[in-house]
Design a protein around this ligand. Structure first.
Ligand SMILES: O=C(O)C1=C[C@@H](OP(=O)(O)O)[C@@H](O)[C@H](O)C1
Ligand SMILES: C=C(OP(=O)(O)O)C(=O)O
Length: 439
Protein backbone atom coordinates (compact mmCIF):
# COMPACT_ATOMS: atom_id res chain seq x y z
CA UNK A 1 0.00 0.00 0.00
CA UNK A 2 1.42 3.37 -0.97
CA UNK A 3 -0.18 6.82 -1.03
CA UNK A 4 -3.31 7.93 0.77
CA UNK A 5 -5.79 5.42 2.17
CA UNK A 6 -9.42 5.73 3.13
CA UNK A 7 -9.94 3.12 5.84
CA UNK A 8 -13.31 1.43 6.32
CA UNK A 9 -15.97 2.81 8.65
CA UNK A 10 -17.41 0.35 11.17
CA UNK A 11 -21.09 -0.08 10.48
CA UNK A 12 -22.49 -2.24 13.22
CA UNK A 13 -19.47 -3.18 15.25
CA UNK A 14 -16.68 -5.58 14.55
CA UNK A 15 -16.38 -9.32 15.04
CA UNK A 16 -13.07 -10.79 13.98
CA UNK A 17 -10.03 -12.83 14.88
CA UNK A 18 -6.68 -11.34 13.86
CA UNK A 19 -3.19 -12.86 13.71
CA UNK A 20 -0.35 -10.37 13.66
CA UNK A 21 3.27 -11.12 12.69
CA UNK A 22 6.23 -11.26 15.08
CA UNK A 23 7.41 -8.58 17.48
CA UNK A 24 9.77 -5.90 16.16
CA UNK A 25 11.49 -5.48 19.52
CA UNK A 26 12.05 -9.21 20.00
CA UNK A 27 13.12 -9.84 16.39
CA UNK A 28 15.75 -7.09 16.53
CA UNK A 29 17.06 -8.13 19.95
CA UNK A 30 17.35 -11.77 18.88
CA UNK A 31 19.15 -10.68 15.71
CA UNK A 32 21.71 -8.68 17.70
CA UNK A 33 22.34 -11.54 20.12
CA UNK A 34 22.56 -14.06 17.28
CA UNK A 35 25.18 -11.86 15.59
CA UNK A 36 27.23 -11.72 18.81
CA UNK A 37 26.80 -15.40 19.71
CA UNK A 38 29.47 -18.09 19.68
CA UNK A 39 27.42 -20.34 17.35
CA UNK A 40 24.56 -20.20 14.85
CA UNK A 41 20.95 -19.29 15.69
CA UNK A 42 17.47 -20.03 14.33
CA UNK A 43 14.63 -17.51 14.56
CA UNK A 44 11.11 -18.66 13.74
CA UNK A 45 8.17 -16.32 13.20
CA UNK A 46 10.43 -13.28 12.76
CA UNK A 47 8.92 -9.97 11.71
CA UNK A 48 9.53 -8.91 8.12
CA UNK A 49 9.21 -5.12 8.13
CA UNK A 50 11.35 -2.09 7.35
CA UNK A 51 12.96 -1.97 10.82
CA UNK A 52 13.89 -5.64 10.88
CA UNK A 53 15.12 -5.73 7.28
CA UNK A 54 17.36 -2.76 8.08
CA UNK A 55 18.70 -4.67 11.10
CA UNK A 56 19.37 -7.76 8.97
CA UNK A 57 21.19 -5.70 6.33
CA UNK A 58 23.23 -3.90 9.02
CA UNK A 59 24.37 -7.19 10.55
CA UNK A 60 25.19 -8.64 7.14
CA UNK A 61 27.39 -5.62 6.50
CA UNK A 62 29.16 -6.33 9.77
CA UNK A 63 29.80 -9.89 8.59
CA UNK A 64 26.88 -11.98 9.85
CA UNK A 65 25.59 -14.57 7.39
CA UNK A 66 21.80 -14.55 7.47
CA UNK A 67 19.78 -17.02 5.41
CA UNK A 68 16.05 -16.71 5.02
CA UNK A 69 13.80 -19.68 4.54
CA UNK A 70 10.27 -18.31 4.73
CA UNK A 71 9.30 -18.07 8.37
CA UNK A 72 12.77 -19.16 9.50
CA UNK A 73 15.97 -17.14 9.69
CA UNK A 74 19.32 -18.80 10.24
CA UNK A 75 22.08 -16.52 11.52
CA UNK A 76 25.81 -17.23 11.61
CA UNK A 77 27.53 -14.70 13.89
CA UNK A 78 29.89 -11.89 13.00
CA UNK A 79 33.60 -12.29 13.57
CA UNK A 80 34.62 -10.66 16.86
CA UNK A 81 38.35 -10.23 17.56
CA UNK A 82 39.42 -11.91 20.78
CA UNK A 83 36.41 -14.24 20.98
CA UNK A 84 35.48 -17.75 19.85
CA UNK A 85 34.17 -16.24 16.59
CA UNK A 86 37.36 -14.34 15.66
CA UNK A 87 38.06 -14.73 11.94
CA UNK A 88 41.04 -16.81 10.90
CA UNK A 89 41.10 -15.01 7.53
CA UNK A 90 44.29 -13.18 6.55
CA UNK A 91 42.48 -9.80 6.30
CA UNK A 92 42.45 -8.02 9.66
CA UNK A 93 39.15 -6.30 10.46
CA UNK A 94 40.77 -2.86 10.44
CA UNK A 95 42.00 -3.44 6.89
CA UNK A 96 38.50 -4.12 5.57
CA UNK A 97 36.98 -1.19 3.64
CA UNK A 98 34.63 1.08 5.64
CA UNK A 99 31.06 -0.09 5.54
CA UNK A 100 27.94 2.10 5.44
CA UNK A 101 24.84 1.22 7.46
CA UNK A 102 21.38 2.67 6.88
CA UNK A 103 19.41 2.92 10.13
CA UNK A 104 16.27 4.21 8.38
CA UNK A 105 14.09 5.59 11.17
CA UNK A 106 14.61 2.57 13.42
CA UNK A 107 15.56 3.41 17.00
CA UNK A 108 16.63 -0.18 17.57
CA UNK A 109 19.09 -0.06 14.66
CA UNK A 110 20.47 3.39 15.63
CA UNK A 111 21.05 2.45 19.26
CA UNK A 112 21.77 -1.32 19.09
CA UNK A 113 24.14 -1.50 16.09
CA UNK A 114 26.90 0.98 17.16
CA UNK A 115 28.13 -1.17 20.10
CA UNK A 116 28.24 -4.22 17.80
CA UNK A 117 30.10 -2.20 15.17
CA UNK A 118 32.67 -1.10 17.78
CA UNK A 119 33.25 -4.74 18.76
CA UNK A 120 34.00 -5.89 15.19
CA UNK A 121 37.07 -3.67 14.79
CA UNK A 122 35.83 -2.38 11.39
CA UNK A 123 35.20 1.18 10.32
CA UNK A 124 31.44 1.71 10.08
CA UNK A 125 29.50 4.80 9.03
CA UNK A 126 25.88 4.92 10.23
CA UNK A 127 23.23 7.25 8.87
CA UNK A 128 19.46 7.21 8.48
CA UNK A 129 16.35 9.08 7.37
CA UNK A 130 16.21 12.84 7.79
CA UNK A 131 13.94 12.38 10.83
CA UNK A 132 16.41 9.89 12.32
CA UNK A 133 19.06 12.63 12.31
CA UNK A 134 17.17 14.46 15.06
CA UNK A 135 16.46 11.44 17.26
CA UNK A 136 18.52 11.38 20.51
CA UNK A 137 21.75 9.48 19.97
CA UNK A 138 24.49 11.26 21.92
CA UNK A 139 24.27 8.92 24.92
CA UNK A 140 25.15 5.97 22.67
CA UNK A 141 28.05 7.90 21.09
CA UNK A 142 29.43 9.13 24.43
CA UNK A 143 29.01 5.71 26.07
CA UNK A 144 31.06 4.00 23.40
CA UNK A 145 33.80 6.59 23.75
CA UNK A 146 33.99 6.01 27.49
CA UNK A 147 34.12 2.24 27.01
CA UNK A 148 37.11 2.45 24.62
CA UNK A 149 35.43 3.17 21.28
CA UNK A 150 36.66 5.76 18.78
CA UNK A 151 33.50 7.43 17.53
CA UNK A 152 32.96 10.66 15.61
CA UNK A 153 29.73 12.50 15.06
CA UNK A 154 29.11 16.18 14.37
CA UNK A 155 26.71 16.82 17.25
CA UNK A 156 26.17 13.44 18.89
CA UNK A 157 23.53 12.53 16.30
CA UNK A 158 23.50 10.62 13.03
CA UNK A 159 25.60 10.38 10.92
CA UNK A 160 28.05 8.61 13.23
CA UNK A 161 31.37 6.95 12.38
CA UNK A 162 32.67 4.09 14.50
CA UNK A 163 36.40 3.82 13.79
CA UNK A 164 38.37 0.64 13.29
CA UNK A 165 40.63 1.57 16.21
CA UNK A 166 37.72 1.04 18.65
CA UNK A 167 38.42 -1.46 21.39
CA UNK A 168 35.49 -1.75 23.75
CA UNK A 169 36.88 -2.96 27.08
CA UNK A 170 33.64 -2.55 29.08
CA UNK A 171 33.62 -1.92 32.84
CA UNK A 172 31.67 0.65 34.87
CA UNK A 173 29.59 3.24 33.01
CA UNK A 174 27.12 5.87 34.19
CA UNK A 175 24.66 7.30 31.70
CA UNK A 176 21.56 9.49 31.60
CA UNK A 177 19.01 7.22 29.93
CA UNK A 178 15.98 9.41 30.57
CA UNK A 179 15.47 10.09 26.85
CA UNK A 180 15.30 6.47 25.70
CA UNK A 181 15.46 2.97 27.15
CA UNK A 182 17.25 1.95 23.96
CA UNK A 183 20.49 3.51 25.24
CA UNK A 184 20.39 0.94 28.05
CA UNK A 185 19.27 -1.98 25.90
CA UNK A 186 21.88 -1.39 23.19
CA UNK A 187 24.74 -1.42 25.71
CA UNK A 188 23.42 -4.36 27.74
CA UNK A 189 22.94 -6.50 24.61
CA UNK A 190 26.62 -6.07 23.73
CA UNK A 191 27.96 -6.03 27.31
CA UNK A 192 28.74 -9.74 27.62
CA UNK A 193 31.15 -9.56 24.68
CA UNK A 194 33.19 -6.76 26.25
CA UNK A 195 36.29 -8.21 28.00
CA UNK A 196 35.31 -6.68 31.38
CA UNK A 197 31.57 -7.16 30.92
CA UNK A 198 29.51 -4.11 31.82
CA UNK A 199 28.20 -2.41 34.92
CA UNK A 200 25.69 0.17 33.72
CA UNK A 201 24.04 2.76 35.96
CA UNK A 202 21.32 5.22 35.02
CA UNK A 203 22.02 8.54 36.72
CA UNK A 204 19.24 10.44 34.96
CA UNK A 205 15.56 10.56 35.82
CA UNK A 206 13.75 7.23 35.44
CA UNK A 207 14.38 5.21 32.29
CA UNK A 208 11.26 5.40 30.08
CA UNK A 209 9.71 2.37 28.37
CA UNK A 210 10.92 0.21 31.25
CA UNK A 211 9.23 -2.92 29.88
CA UNK A 212 11.70 -2.83 26.99
CA UNK A 213 14.64 -3.08 29.41
CA UNK A 214 12.95 -6.07 31.03
CA UNK A 215 12.69 -7.62 27.57
CA UNK A 216 16.42 -7.05 27.05
CA UNK A 217 17.24 -8.77 30.35
CA UNK A 218 15.02 -11.70 29.44
CA UNK A 219 16.50 -12.30 25.99
CA UNK A 220 20.02 -12.02 27.40
CA UNK A 221 19.18 -14.73 29.93
CA UNK A 222 17.67 -16.84 27.13
CA UNK A 223 21.10 -16.66 25.46
CA UNK A 224 22.82 -17.82 28.66
CA UNK A 225 24.19 -14.39 29.61
CA UNK A 226 24.57 -13.69 33.33
CA UNK A 227 22.80 -10.36 33.85
CA UNK A 228 21.39 -8.87 37.03
CA UNK A 229 19.89 -5.66 38.41
CA UNK A 230 21.06 -5.63 42.04
CA UNK A 231 19.32 -2.32 42.61
CA UNK A 232 16.91 -0.35 40.44
CA UNK A 233 18.57 0.93 37.26
CA UNK A 234 22.01 -0.58 37.99
CA UNK A 235 22.69 -3.53 35.72
CA UNK A 236 25.61 -5.96 35.69
CA UNK A 237 26.41 -8.07 32.61
CA UNK A 238 29.12 -10.66 33.25
CA UNK A 239 31.55 -11.31 30.41
CA UNK A 240 30.84 -14.47 28.39
CA UNK A 241 29.77 -14.74 24.78
CA UNK A 242 26.02 -15.48 24.30
CA UNK A 243 25.09 -18.93 23.05
CA UNK A 244 23.23 -19.44 19.79
CA UNK A 245 19.44 -19.16 20.00
CA UNK A 246 16.64 -21.37 18.76
CA UNK A 247 13.52 -19.31 19.36
CA UNK A 248 9.98 -18.63 18.22
CA UNK A 249 9.21 -14.89 18.10
CA UNK A 250 5.98 -13.83 19.86
CA UNK A 251 3.38 -11.84 17.87
CA UNK A 252 3.90 -8.06 18.10
CA UNK A 253 1.49 -6.98 20.84
CA UNK A 254 1.93 -3.24 20.27
CA UNK A 255 0.83 -3.74 16.68
CA UNK A 256 -1.93 -6.08 17.90
CA UNK A 257 -3.18 -3.37 20.27
CA UNK A 258 -4.41 -1.33 17.28
CA UNK A 259 -6.68 -4.20 16.20
CA UNK A 260 -7.89 -4.85 19.74
CA UNK A 261 -8.64 -1.13 20.03
CA UNK A 262 -11.02 -1.43 17.06
CA UNK A 263 -13.43 -3.39 19.27
CA UNK A 264 -13.44 -0.52 21.76
CA UNK A 265 -13.84 2.17 19.10
CA UNK A 266 -16.51 0.38 17.07
CA UNK A 267 -18.11 -2.05 19.52
CA UNK A 268 -18.10 -5.84 19.12
CA UNK A 269 -15.29 -8.28 19.81
CA UNK A 270 -11.80 -8.68 18.40
CA UNK A 271 -9.69 -11.73 19.22
CA UNK A 272 -5.93 -11.49 18.86
CA UNK A 273 -4.64 -15.00 18.21
CA UNK A 274 -1.70 -16.44 20.18
CA UNK A 275 -1.43 -13.64 22.76
CA UNK A 276 1.25 -15.04 25.11
CA UNK A 277 0.37 -15.72 28.75
CA UNK A 278 3.79 -14.48 29.83
CA UNK A 279 5.61 -11.73 27.98
CA UNK A 280 7.80 -8.68 28.51
CA UNK A 281 6.31 -6.82 25.53
CA UNK A 282 5.00 -3.30 26.15
CA UNK A 283 1.87 -4.22 24.20
CA UNK A 284 0.77 -6.56 26.99
CA UNK A 285 -0.01 -3.38 28.93
CA UNK A 286 -2.95 -2.88 26.56
CA UNK A 287 -4.98 -5.45 28.54
CA UNK A 288 -5.24 -3.12 31.55
CA UNK A 289 -5.62 -0.06 29.34
CA UNK A 290 -8.57 -1.64 27.50
CA UNK A 291 -10.26 -2.34 30.83
CA UNK A 292 -9.73 1.27 31.88
CA UNK A 293 -11.69 2.33 28.79
CA UNK A 294 -14.50 0.00 29.94
CA UNK A 295 -13.79 -2.97 27.66
CA UNK A 296 -14.18 -6.59 28.72
CA UNK A 297 -10.90 -8.44 28.35
CA UNK A 298 -10.41 -12.21 28.46
CA UNK A 299 -7.13 -14.05 27.89
CA UNK A 300 -7.43 -17.77 27.15
CA UNK A 301 -5.71 -20.41 25.04
CA UNK A 302 -7.17 -18.98 21.82
CA UNK A 303 -5.76 -15.55 22.51
CA UNK A 304 -6.93 -12.21 23.82
CA UNK A 305 -10.61 -11.34 23.41
CA UNK A 306 -11.51 -7.66 23.73
CA UNK A 307 -15.17 -6.65 23.75
CA UNK A 308 -15.99 -2.97 23.50
CA UNK A 309 -18.20 -1.14 26.03
CA UNK A 310 -21.50 0.67 25.28
CA UNK A 311 -19.83 3.94 26.20
CA UNK A 312 -16.04 4.42 26.19
CA UNK A 313 -14.89 5.70 29.60
CA UNK A 314 -12.38 8.55 29.83
CA UNK A 315 -9.05 7.48 31.40
CA UNK A 316 -6.18 8.86 33.46
CA UNK A 317 -3.10 6.82 32.56
CA UNK A 318 0.65 6.98 33.16
CA UNK A 319 2.04 5.53 29.92
CA UNK A 320 5.74 6.08 30.69
CA UNK A 321 6.54 2.35 30.78
CA UNK A 322 4.60 1.58 27.59
CA UNK A 323 4.99 4.82 25.64
CA UNK A 324 4.79 3.25 22.18
CA UNK A 325 1.10 2.47 22.84
CA UNK A 326 0.27 6.18 23.13
CA UNK A 327 -0.92 6.94 19.58
CA UNK A 328 -3.39 4.02 19.67
CA UNK A 329 -4.50 4.84 23.22
CA UNK A 330 -4.96 8.50 22.31
CA UNK A 331 -7.34 7.53 19.50
CA UNK A 332 -9.59 5.81 22.05
CA UNK A 333 -9.36 8.86 24.34
CA UNK A 334 -10.54 10.97 21.39
CA UNK A 335 -13.68 8.80 21.19
CA UNK A 336 -14.27 8.54 24.95
CA UNK A 337 -17.04 10.10 26.99
CA UNK A 338 -15.16 12.85 28.85
CA UNK A 339 -11.65 14.16 29.31
CA UNK A 340 -8.65 11.83 29.50
CA UNK A 341 -5.10 12.42 30.73
CA UNK A 342 -2.21 10.53 29.12
CA UNK A 343 0.84 11.18 31.30
CA UNK A 344 4.57 10.33 31.39
CA UNK A 345 5.07 10.58 27.62
CA UNK A 346 7.57 13.45 27.18
CA UNK A 347 10.12 11.01 25.70
CA UNK A 348 7.79 10.47 22.72
CA UNK A 349 9.07 13.78 21.38
CA UNK A 350 12.20 11.81 20.37
CA UNK A 351 10.33 8.98 18.63
CA UNK A 352 9.67 8.71 14.87
CA UNK A 353 8.37 12.25 15.10
CA UNK A 354 7.48 14.52 18.02
CA UNK A 355 4.38 12.45 18.74
CA UNK A 356 2.84 14.90 21.21
CA UNK A 357 3.00 17.70 18.63
CA UNK A 358 1.83 15.47 15.77
CA UNK A 359 -1.15 14.08 17.69
CA UNK A 360 -2.12 17.54 18.91
CA UNK A 361 -2.07 18.94 15.39
CA UNK A 362 -4.05 16.07 13.89
CA UNK A 363 -6.67 15.92 16.66
CA UNK A 364 -7.24 19.63 16.29
CA UNK A 365 -7.72 19.07 12.54
CA UNK A 366 -10.56 16.57 13.07
CA UNK A 367 -12.30 18.57 15.78
CA UNK A 368 -10.98 16.93 18.95
CA UNK A 369 -10.17 19.23 21.87
CA UNK A 370 -6.59 18.51 22.96
CA UNK A 371 -4.11 20.26 25.24
CA UNK A 372 -0.41 19.52 24.72
CA UNK A 373 1.72 19.60 27.90
CA UNK A 374 5.48 19.06 28.10
CA UNK A 375 5.03 15.36 28.94
CA UNK A 376 1.28 14.73 28.72
CA UNK A 377 -1.82 15.11 26.57
CA UNK A 378 -5.27 16.11 27.79
CA UNK A 379 -7.86 14.88 25.30
CA UNK A 380 -11.60 15.48 25.42
CA UNK A 381 -13.48 12.85 23.47
CA UNK A 382 -16.22 13.63 20.97
CA UNK A 383 -18.70 11.77 18.78
CA UNK A 384 -18.64 14.60 16.30
CA UNK A 385 -15.39 14.09 14.33
CA UNK A 386 -14.69 16.08 11.15
CA UNK A 387 -13.53 14.19 8.04
CA UNK A 388 -10.07 15.44 7.08
CA UNK A 389 -6.70 14.31 5.78
CA UNK A 390 -4.87 12.68 8.72
CA UNK A 391 -1.12 13.35 8.37
CA UNK A 392 1.22 10.58 9.46
CA UNK A 393 4.71 12.15 9.76
CA UNK A 394 6.41 8.91 8.59
CA UNK A 395 5.18 7.38 11.84
CA UNK A 396 3.67 3.90 11.56
CA UNK A 397 1.67 4.37 14.76
CA UNK A 398 0.06 7.55 13.38
CA UNK A 399 -1.35 5.35 10.57
CA UNK A 400 -2.75 2.94 13.16
CA UNK A 401 -4.27 5.75 15.27
CA UNK A 402 -5.87 7.23 12.15
CA UNK A 403 -7.43 3.90 11.16
CA UNK A 404 -9.06 3.59 14.60
CA UNK A 405 -10.55 7.10 14.35
CA UNK A 406 -11.77 6.45 10.80
CA UNK A 407 -13.96 3.65 12.15
CA UNK A 408 -16.15 6.44 13.52
CA UNK A 409 -15.33 9.21 11.00
CA UNK A 410 -16.70 8.59 7.51
CA UNK A 411 -14.57 10.24 4.84
CA UNK A 412 -11.35 10.44 6.83
CA UNK A 413 -8.25 9.79 4.70
CA UNK A 414 -4.85 8.65 5.99
CA UNK A 415 -1.87 10.28 4.29
CA UNK A 416 1.03 8.03 3.19
CA UNK A 417 -0.36 4.86 4.75
CA UNK A 418 2.63 2.90 3.41
CA UNK A 419 4.69 4.38 6.23
CA UNK A 420 3.15 1.68 8.44
CA UNK A 421 5.64 -0.75 6.82
CA UNK A 422 8.12 0.33 9.50
CA UNK A 423 6.67 -2.47 11.64
CA UNK A 424 3.65 -3.91 9.83
CA UNK A 425 3.58 -3.85 6.02
CA UNK A 426 0.38 -5.92 6.03
CA UNK A 427 -1.50 -3.43 8.23
CA UNK A 428 -4.01 -2.01 5.72
CA UNK A 429 -4.75 -5.48 4.36
CA UNK A 430 -5.30 -6.98 7.83
CA UNK A 431 -7.39 -3.95 8.86
CA UNK A 432 -9.72 -4.19 5.87
CA UNK A 433 -10.06 -7.95 6.35
CA UNK A 434 -11.01 -7.38 10.00
CA UNK A 435 -13.82 -5.06 8.89
CA UNK A 436 -15.11 -7.39 6.15
CA UNK A 437 -17.97 -9.52 7.53
CA UNK A 438 -17.43 -13.24 7.10
CA UNK A 439 -13.85 -12.82 5.86
O1 LIG B 1 13.89 -1.32 22.68
C1 LIG B 1 12.88 -1.31 21.98
O2 LIG B 1 12.59 -2.26 21.22
C2 LIG B 1 11.99 -0.14 22.07
C3 LIG B 1 12.09 0.72 23.14
C4 LIG B 1 11.21 1.89 23.31
O3 LIG B 1 11.98 3.05 22.98
P1 LIG B 1 12.07 4.36 23.95
O4 LIG B 1 12.65 3.94 25.24
O5 LIG B 1 12.93 5.29 23.17
O6 LIG B 1 10.65 4.82 24.11
C5 LIG B 1 9.99 1.80 22.42
O7 LIG B 1 9.26 2.99 22.45
C6 LIG B 1 10.37 1.42 21.00
O8 LIG B 1 9.23 1.34 20.19
C7 LIG B 1 11.02 0.06 20.98
C1 LIG C 1 9.25 4.35 19.07
C2 LIG C 1 9.12 3.35 18.20
O1 LIG C 1 10.11 2.83 17.42
P1 LIG C 1 11.70 2.84 17.49
O2 LIG C 1 12.10 1.43 17.69
O3 LIG C 1 12.12 3.36 16.16
O4 LIG C 1 12.12 3.73 18.62
C3 LIG C 1 7.81 2.69 17.99
O5 LIG C 1 7.79 1.63 17.32
O6 LIG C 1 6.77 3.19 18.46
Amino acid sequence: MTGDWQPPVAGSGVSASVSVPGSKSLTNRYLILAALARSGSDLKGWLRSRDTLLMIEALRRLGAVIDEDGDLLHIEPVSLPGTATAADSPTAAEDLPPTAIDCGLAGTVMRFIPPVAALTGREVVLDGDEQARVRPMSVTVESLRRLGGQVTSADGMLPVTVHASSQLRGGHLEIDASASSQFVSGLLLAGAVMPLGLELVNTGATVPSRTHVDMTLEVLRDAGVDVSEPEPERWIVEPGQPRGLDVQVEPDLSNAAAFAAAAIAAGGTVTIADWPAHTTQAGDGFRDIAEAFGAQVVLDRQGLHVTGPEVISAVDLDLSAVGELTPVVSALAALADGTSQLRGIGHLRGHETDRLAALTREYTGIGVDVIEHSDALTITGTSDLRPALWHTYRDHRMVMAGAILALRNDGMVIEDAGTVAKTLPEFTHLWEAMLTPGA
